[in-house]
Design a protein around this ligand. Structure first.
Ligand code: ATP
Length: 300
């Protein structure tokens, strides 16, 4: 699974490393500064401002460097329009997280291309490319710092007012102002511990503040209480407004709301469509849907 605020699996290690090394907030790195083995062009194609967030995967093939003969993404062709909401579903190991890693260019495809607004992402600078994305991970990372610092991490030069507005939009302000020190309340092991739903809303506030054209959302699997569930849903709705959104989805309620669902299996696109279409056309999707229905039964 994709793990960290502004970053992915291996990146979680980078984050804990940095936290260990430094202790507080200012040195929180940007996603764009995460080191990788990727080679950048000496003269990358400059991006002027933000992109529209149209994504296109063409004949994409990928194997992890450690297993060069095992293709985990295989001949993938997908076009995602600017502003479209797309859910990725498929069994464990289908390649959903890997796809996020490739979009962020943590790895180089074996063949094929990914383009953003028609530009091959390999021709862009890593920092400009990664500034096009906001990532909301399954497990939101909360740093040992104030609520304010935790949210401002979404855009380090944001003003106090911008942080506050992002928190209001993310339905986080309402619980933050109930804390004894409000936005100055210290979070983390030695401070206030947040509930799962509160952590998610902090992560959403960061992403709202970051204001990127493409949103990569790795939906949490653990169920929230009913109130949190509604608040998180409303917050996500605000966040997704006007952005291209890719969601690694685990819940039926989520997939029912998107424009298009892509069903992946063993690195290949095996079906795509809306929930109703896929219930008719895809055996694998029906399995997913039925499993979700079972796991979403309220506990008695
Ligand atoms: P899940 O729902 O379990 O998160 P997924 O669809 O996101 O699954 P991926 O995590 O993308 O699947 O994994 C696709 C395949 O790549 C799996 O076979 C996995 O074992 C393999 N894989 C993932 N990460 C690495 C890695 N760093 N090195 C080598 N193989 C990997």
């Amino acid at each position: 699974a994709v793990m960290v605020a502004g970053a992915v699996a291996t990146i979680s290690e980078v984050f804990s490393e940095i936290q260990r090394a430094s202790g507080a907030t200012e040195r929180l790195i940007e996603l764009s500064q995460v080191p990788t083995d990727i080679i950048e062009l000496a003269q990358p194609q400059p991006l002027i401002g933000n992109t529209q967030g149209a994504l296109s995967l063409s004949e994409l093939v990928f194997a992890y460097p450690s297993e060069p003969n095992t293709e985990v993404i295989n001949q993938l062709n997908v076009d995602i329009k600017a502003g479209e909401r797309v859910a990725l579903v498929g069994p464990s190991g289908a390649g959903k997280s890997t796809l996020f890693e490739l979009l962020l260019r943590f790895y180089q495809p074996k063949s094929g291309t990914i383009s953003l607004d028609g530009m091959d992402i390999a021709n862009l600078s890593l920092s400009q490319l990664r500034q096009q994305y906001a990532l909301v991970p399954q497990e939101s990372v909360i740093f040992a710092a104030s609520v304010f610092e935790n949210v401002r991490y979404g855009r380090i030069d944001a003003t106090a007012e911008e942080v506050k507005q992002a928190c209001i939009a993310a339905k986080a302000d309402e619980f933050i102002i109930d804390f004894p020190q409000g936005y100055e309340t210290y979070l983390g092991e030695r401070g206030v511990r947040l509930s799962g739903g509160q952590k998610q809303r902090i992560a959403i506030a960061r992403a709202i503040l970051a204001n990127r054209p493409v949103l990569l959302l790795d939906e949490a699997t653990s169920a929230l209480d009913a109130v949190s569930e509604i608040k998180v849903k409303q917050a996500l709705e605000t966040l997704m407004q006007g952005r291209t959104t890719l969601i690694i989805a685990h819940r039926l309620a989520t997939v029912i709301n998107v424009d298009r669902i892509l069903v992946l299996d063993k690195g290949q696109l095996v079906a795509s469509g809306t929930h109703n279409q896929l219930m008719q056309s895809s055996e694998l999707y029906r399995e997913f849907a039925n499993l979700q229905l079972l796991s979403e039964q309220p506990e008695t």
